[in-house]
Design a protein around this ligand. Sequence first.
Ligand code: UDP
Ligand code: MG
Length: 170
Amino acid sequence: MAIEQLLILVKPDGVKKSLTGNILTKLSEARMLIIGSKVVKVSKELAEAHYQQLKDKPFFCGLIDYIQGKIYGAPWDRVIAFVYQGEDAIARMRKIAGATNPEESDPVSIRGAYGRITTKGVYENVLHCSSDLNEAEREIKLWFKPEEIVMPIYPTKEVVVEKEKKVIWA
Ligand code: UDP
Ligand code: MG
């Protein structure tokens, strides 16, 4: 068994339903390490890049609105992102998360317990969970900068960035 990393997102329905604690408690059964975490207001660009492989699906537009939390509005238009690390992490976390369709998901899984299908047909399944090693690496690099993760997991390089505008505490 190999040590793997994956991206977990508490989706906006999970945030709105105040399920973050419940989800983390369920995930903690796997005894894995959280090596990065943050709250993210999801831009359209990030949403589309995250779900790029689903862009031809009929539910794509609804899915982009969903992951941006547009259907809930402020202050629920955000996700809580985590990078987890552990043995055989992807398969084990997906098992705890449950199947994509909350109605077909094991009722004791997170999605089975808390998910629903909206009248518009979007599967509101309260969390995202990377599904394979390639997807996990792509997603972690999309959502997190190297310095936001407390241990080195992928190769990095140093670059000198000049004249970069950024906001700091005043
Ligand atoms: N989804 C949906 N309808 C579908 C399939 C997927 O609304 O028929 C949504 C659902 O929220 C799912 C997300 O699109 O979590 C990404 O789909 P994927 O097939 O990658 O499922 P996952 O990896 O999240 O289980
Ligand atoms: Mg997926």
